[in-house]
Design a protein around this ligand. Structure first.
Ligand SMILES: Nc1ncnc2c1ncn2[C@@H]1O[C@H](COP(=O)(O)OP(=O)(O)OP(=O)(O)O)[C@@H](O)[C@H]1O
Ligand SMILES: [Mg+2]
Length: 151
């Protein structure tokens, strides 16, 4: 499995990277998004959802108050946000394993708190704020994306 690093200068570019990665995802994939507030996790998720066949990715918003949003693309898309979860144990109380074992693709914002407990095939994406408009996006465990992108 591959690692890639991308740099983006606008939210649209981050969404585009998400779109590319989203097109490579298959049922039961788990995407762990790691990055601080405003790093671009939700923005990237919009692209991932578009790549997974969600026609209106503007429906994708941070599910901070609901824990999970579910969308219908080519597969179900479970958009999970663990920002409000303090304890690892709480996550399992909330029934996260049902989604992880479900038929859809799981995209998890603030996945750092459970990273150790996620399956080894989990696709990890680390987003970092470089300056107001610039972000780095580092992926681990994706398919080879070099055929889809030039960097
Ligand atoms: N290159 C870029 N990529 C992504 N977002 C960018 C970029 N440049 C500026 N931004 C801005 O950064 C913010 C990213 O917000 P987003 O909600 O995606 O972050 P997040 O990581 O999901 O934050 P939270 O932890 O609050 O859920 C948006 O306001 C967006 O306009
Ligand atoms: Mg978010």
């Amino acid at each position: 499995m591959h690692r890639h690093t991308f740099y983006t200068n606008t939210p649209a570019e981050t969404e585009k990277i998400g779109h590319i990665i989203g097109q490579t995802l298959v049922k039961r994939d788990i995407v762990a998004l790691i990055g601080d507030l405003g790093a671009g996790k939700t923005c990237l998720t919009r692209g991932l959802a578009l790549g997974l066949g969600l026609p209106l990715p503007q429906k994708v918003t941070s599910p901070s108050y609901t824990l999970i949003n579910e969308y219908e693309g080519y597969t179900p898309i479970y958009h999970i946000d663990l920002y409000r979860i303090d304890q690892c144990e709480d996550v399992w109380d909330l029934g996260l394993d049902e989604y992880l074992e479900g038929e859809g693709v799981c995209i998890i914002e603030w996945a750092n708190i459970i990273l150790q407990e996620l399956p080894s095939h989990t696709i990890e994406i680390k987003l970092s704020w470089l300056d107001e408009n610039r972000r780095s996006i580092e992926t681990k465990n994706t398919v080879d994306l070099s055929t889809y992108t030039s960097n």
